[in-house]
Write a protein that binds this ligand. Structure first.
Ligand code: BG6
Length: 509
C-alpha cells in the first residue's frame, strides 16, 4: 500500500490507495444463503461492487443453504431482493452466482461440495482462493466451521495452492464459555490469520473516521480526558422492531445483539490511546486495553448502571405497531430486553470517573447512531453576574447515522447591544467530501477480507474481554431475582422506559 502524498494540492485527499491495489481472484462461499443477511446485505454489496468494477474479474459466489434450489432459482431469488436497475448488469453478475444445497451436519454433503468448488475454481480461474462466509444462525457457526475443516476445505496452500479464509458474523458465542468453545473449534481447522470476525460497524466510514479525527489532528487529544470531558454518550437507536428475526432475537436480546459488539467497539475507539502505527494488531492491542480497563459491573448497585426495557404496542410515524410480545415468533411471556441503557466507567488515568452512557433500543422514535463528547463547564464564568442561567457547555457530536457528520457546539454573542450568549455550531458533513463513492460497510468488510486485512475485524482476545465484562450484566438481566421487575416496559415510539429518562435527556435532542 502506498501513501499518495506527492500532491501539493491541499484539497486533494492524502490517502492509502486501496482501490488501486489489485484484488486477488477468489470464490466466496456463503453458508446461510437462503437467509436474511445474504439477501439484504451480502448479495447487494457484492452486486454494487461488481457494478463499480470493485470485484476481481475472476470471482465466483456460491450460496449454500438447506433450502432446495438450483443455480437458476438462487439467481432469481437474489435478483428479487436486489431489484437491480440494469437487467444487463444483473445478467452479467448472475453468471458468477451458484447454489449448492447443503445439510449443515452432513459430512457427505461437505464432501460433495469439495469437487464442486474445485470445478467452479477452474471455470472462473479463482486459483483455489476461497472465503467461507458464515451467514448462518450463530448456533450453526461451530458446526459449519468444523465441517469445512473436516472436508479438507480449510487448509491453506491446499492442492490448488490457494488460500482459505473464514468469516464469522457476530454474536461470537452467547457468553464467554460458548465464545471460547467456538474459538477452539475455529482454531482446530483455521489459523488466526484465516479467521475474520465481522462487526460491520467497524467498516462504517464515520466509525473509521473516529481514529482520523482523534489521531490525525492535534487539537482534540489534549482535551480528550477526564479534565475536560464531563461524560460520553454512545447512542444507537432504531425505529424498527424485530421484524422477521424473532427466533434470533429471542436468543440474543439487545445486550448480545448490540452491546457485546457494536457498542463496545464504539466505546473502544472513543476511549483508546493512540496506537503507534495504523496496523491491525497495534490498533487491536489498544482496544483490548480499554476492554480490560472497564470497571466491572456492580450488581449490588445495578439500578444506577443498567436499565433494561421491552417495547409495548405504540405508534411509529403515525402508524400503530404491536408490542414485542405480540410479534410473530416471540414468546408471549418473553423477558428478552429490546432496550438497554448502561453506564460504564473506563478505570484508567485518562477516564477515571467519566461516565460513558451507552444506549440502544428497538422501536424508538428514530434511527440514530452517534457519539457525544460532552465537555465540562468553564472553570470560572465571568458572565455569572450578567446572566442568571447556566451556560450550555461545549458538545462534540460524531454523527454516524442518519448524517455522517462532526458537529461542535460553542457559545457566541448574539449580535446587538445587549450581552446575550447563544449556542452556535460548526458542522462538517462527511458527504461534502464524497467525490468518490463511499463503500457500504458490507462492501468494505468483503473487500478487506479478500485483501486479507484484519484491521477492522475482532480479535479473539477482544471478544473474550467483552464477554468477561458483559457476563455479569447478562446474569443481572437473565438469572437475577425478580427478573421480570427489572424489565421496564416502554411504548413503541417513545425514548425508552421512564426509569431511563434522566439519562436519555442527556443524550437525545
Ligand atoms: C445488527 C443487529 O448487527 O445491527 C441488528 O443484529 C441491528 O439488530 C443492526 O438492527 C443495526 O445496524 P445498522 O448498520 O443499521 O446501524
Amino acid at each position: 500500500m502506498k501513501i499518495a502524498n506527492e500532491n501539493q494540492d491541499k484539497e486533494r485527499p492524502l490517502c492509502v490507495n486501496l482501490t488501486n491495489t489489485p484484488l486477488p481472484p477468489c470464490t466466496i462461499v456463503i453458508f446461510g444463503a437462503s437467509g436474511d443477511l445474504t439477501a439484504r446485505k451480502l448479495i447487494p454489496a457484492l452486486f454494487h461492487l461488481f457494478c463499480n468494477d470493485g470485484l476481481p474479474q475472476q470471482v465466483a459466489i456460491v450460496g449454500c443453504a438447506r433450502t432446495v434450489l438450483d443455480d437458476h432459482g438462487f439467481r432469481k431469488k437474489m435478483q428479487e431482493s436486489v431489484q437491480p436497475e440494469s437487467a444487463a448488469k444483473w445478467a452479467a453478475f448472475a453468471t458468477h452466482l451458484y447454489y449448492r444445497q447443503i445439510t449443515y451436519d452432513s459430512t457427505a454433503k461437505f464432501e460433495e461440495l469439495r469437487p464442486s468448488l474445485h470445478q467452479i475454481d477452474i471455470q472462473h480461474q479463482t486459483g483455489g482462493n476461497r472465503i467461507f462466509y458464515l451467514a448462518t444462525p450463530p448456533t450453526l457457526h461451530p458446526i459449519v466451521a468444523a465441517m469445512i475443516g473436516k472436508a479438507g476445505l480449510a487448509t491453506e496452500q491446499n492442492h490448488h495452492n490457494g488460500w482459505a479464509r473464514i468469516v464469522v458474523e457476530k454474536p461470537f458465542g452467547s457468553n464467554l464459555k460458548t465464545a471460547m468453545e467456538l474459538d477452539a473449534t475455529l482454531h482446530e481447522h483455521f489459523t488466526e490469520q484465516q479467521i475474520f470476525r465481522i462487526d460491520h460497524y467497524l467498516a462504517k466510514e464515520t466509525v473509521q473516521n473516529i481514529l482520523m479525527l482523534r489521531f490525525a489532528n492535534a487539537i482534540f487529544e489534549p482535551l480528550w480526558n477526564r479534565n475536560y470531558i464531563d461524560y460520553v454518550g454512545i447512542v444507537a437507536s432504531e425505529k424498527l422492531g424485530v421484524e422477521h428475526r424473532a427466533g434470533f432475537y429471542e436468543q440474543t436480546g439487545v445486550l448480545r445483539d448490540m452491546f457485546q459488539n457494536h457498542m463496545q467497539q464504539l466505546l473502544a475507539l472513543t476511549a483508546m490511546e493512540a496506537p503507534s502505527l495504523f496496523e491491525a494488531d497495534r490498533v487491536r492491542d489498544e482496544k483490548i486495553k480499554v476492554f480490560r480497563s472497564l470497571k466491572p459491573f456492580d450488581r449490588e448497585n445495578s439500578g444506577d448502571n443498567l436499565i433494561l426495557g421491552q417495547y409495548r404496542a405504540g405508534s411509529i410515524d403515525g402508524g400503530n405497531v404491536v408490542g414485542y410480545r405480540d410479534e410473530n415468533g416471540v414468546n408471549p411471556d418473553s423477558l428478552t430486553p429490546t432496550f438497554a441503557m448502561m453506564r460504564v466507567f473506563v478505570d484508567n488515568w485518562r477516564w477515571r470517573h467519566v461516565p460513558f452512557y451507552m444506549v440502544s433500543g428497538k422501536r424508538l422514535p428514530r434511527k440514530e447512531t452517534k457519539i457525544i463528547i460532552q465537555f465540562k463547564e468553564v472553570p470560572h464564568s465571568m458572565f455569572s453576574s450578567l446572566l442568571d442561567e447556566r451556560i450550555d457547555t461545549n458538545r462534540l457530536t460524531l454523527g454516524i447515522y442518519p448524517v455522517d457528520e462532526i458537529k461542535l457546539t460553542f457559545q457566541t454573542k448574539t449580535p446587538g447591544p445587549s450581552i446575550c450568549l447563544q449556542p452556535a455550531t460548526l458542522d462538517f458533513k462527511y458527504q461534502q467530501l464524497a467525490n468518490t463513492p463511499t463503500l457500504d460497510a458490507y462492501e468494505k468488510v468483503l473487500l478487506d477480507c479478500m485483501m486479507g486485512d484484519q484491521t477492522l475485524f475482532w480479535r479473539q482476545d477482544g471478544v473474550e474481554q467483552c464477554w468477561k465484562f458483559l457476563n455479569p450484566v447478562l446474569d443481572e438481566c437473565e438469572i437475577c431475582e425478580g427478573q421480570a421487575g427489572k424489565l421496564h416496559p416502554y411504548g413503541a415510539g417513545t425514548w425508552g422506559p421512564e426509569a431511563a429518562q434522566k439519562w436519555m435527556r442527556l443524550l437525545v435532542d
